[in-house]
Write a protein that binds this ligand. Sequence first.
Ligand code: HEM
Ligand SMILES: [Cu+2]
Length: 657
Amino acid sequence: MSSADLTSERDLPQRDTAGKGDLAPERDGPRDTGMDDASLQRWLTQTWRTPSGIVGALSSVDHKIVARRYLITAFVFLCLGGLNAVAMRIQLSGPRRGLIGPDLYNQLFTMHGVTMMFLFAVPIVQATGIYLVPLMVGTRNIAFPRLNAFSYWIYVSGGIFAWVSFALSMAPDVGWFAYVPLSGPEFAPGKRADVWAQMITYTEVSSLAVAVATIVTVLKQRAPGMSLDKIPLYVWAMLVTSFVVVFAMPAVMITSTFLILDRLVGTHIFNPAEGGDALLFQHLFWFFGHPEVYIIFLPATGMVSAIIPAFARRPIFGHLGLVLSLIAVGFLSFGLWVHHMFATGLPKLGASFFTASSMMIAIPNGLQIFCWLATLWDGRPVIRTPLLFVFGFFFIFVIGGLTGVMLASVPLDLQVHDTYFVVAHFHYVLIGGSVFPLLGAAYFWFPKITGRMMSEALGRLHFWLAFIGFNAAFFPMHIVGLWGMPRRVYTYPAELGWGNINLFITAGAALFFLSFVLFTFNLVHGAMRGVPAGDNPWDAGTLEWATSSPPPSYNFARIPVVSHVEPLWAEREAMPVATGLRVDARELLISTVAEARPDIREKSATPSIWPLLAAVAVGATFLYSIFTPWAIVWGAVPIAVTLIGWFWPKGDPEDEE
Ligand code: HEM
Ligand SMILES: [Cu+2]
């Protein structure tokens, strides 16, 4: 094994965390220079282990453990949101069904939208990133591991908060975007809209935390040699997505905070009668809401860009073009929000501008599809389940994109606004653009997470059930939408003749749901009984496949040195490695932003229970704040206590004589 010893050229300084001035070399513990594999692994296992026991499990800061929890939780929310959808579809399967009344129906579609967008789609793409990004850039943990653990606790408690309120029949019933004045103090008495507002602000804290950790991991913790042009596309996608999160999420948090202020404190921010502005709500909301679609979609394109080369057996065509289109989509996604507001009567010039920009975003998206097809065309594709889901994505997403271009034209939008045509469009985009790639990614990276393979035969069956079920459920919605069936109605009269087609839609939805039952079986069966996978079952080229499956707590015994986009394809025999990190303390290699030259050695946080306690304090404060604004004052005390515990300076025992 060749080794680029970092210590030989220039000994990397260690960041002094205890504020004791320059560390004397003798206080610097053992380093992995020249150590044999067995003792190196023994040291690292000891240093990076998560403590045992229940408290140990709750204090874990290992990005893989946090990510696994995130993934499982998000999947549970997908199933819950899916159950809501099935309930709605049963009610709509024929005219004048008396199963679900209007009140419950309002809660059902609101909870469905809220769950899918805030508790499933965004968290699951971020969770995938938490798992994969540190492995793909060749580092031992994510940046800010305690913040990362904190974000999970925030997310799961926010989700439980929403679903408990649903169980208590207190769930929001104002739609996932909760427009004022419908959600304002006048038309939404009770606590429902408050639950919406606080739950959104609260869970988006977790999304921001993950975004910040991802950005720093990608920019500062890349393996030596992984300059900007050698970053895998999936990692690029997560980097761009994280920036979009950082700029978009605060907009929705401001919206929901303004709403709760109007409701609880009596401000009139959205009340035109008192000088406020109701349309401001929609502008703020959609300044987040449109980029939100890309927060879900960009990581999915990154997944597609990882799956295609692995199965086409060649590097991706147009790497640079794909990076540039990711960045372009990230930027452009902020310029389109008004296309959700065409029906509000905007000035003509403004509407034309947003029509043009909405159509423009089809260009970088088209370029991406072109590069993927070129890669497949030129390669020797082996068709396995992950690639099947990518094909499904092409088909469904292109239809969704076409109806999107249709909707970007104002006259058409005005006709079909608030009909099932729109419901069909956004499910084509969301499910085609995100759920199908995610399913492909699940089959693709499952072996890296569990060390076992999922069944290929069941995978194919799953794909066909999902593909047929999906199209049967959602394609006819375009048609009933054009016939005029409005969305968000709990029933319709028989005379309109919408009964048969709705029955067909419901059957399709049932088939689609069934495909997820099969998928769940395949997941559980694969995790317990699947064939052992080995390190690199697909013979793929990026760094996550360089370590064992599942990876050890320290990810890599020796930090790889990178000189290609697909280092494993370039260095078939032996990968060069960097040495020089301490083995008795959690040290990471920090590198320069552009060229990824090793720069400094830095400590990574140790396990701690404080992130969990801090999340409990923040959660209690938010929960209490739907009853009284004073909660913010009292809640500040426990939050401060837990943050002090979290950041309490602790000398590194190895550093002290
Ligand atoms: C089993 C699959 C699904 C079915 C059968 C389904 C069905 C439906 C139906 C019937 C509605 C319209 C309710 C109404 O307007 O009366 C709806 C709304 C919605 N769906 Fe889905 N859906 C599914 C999956 C998803 C997924 C995976 C997402 C997101 C990733 C999603 C996001 C939404 C959103 C945001 C709304 C709007 C909610 C609102 O109007 O407040 N759905 N869905
Ligand atoms: Cu949009």
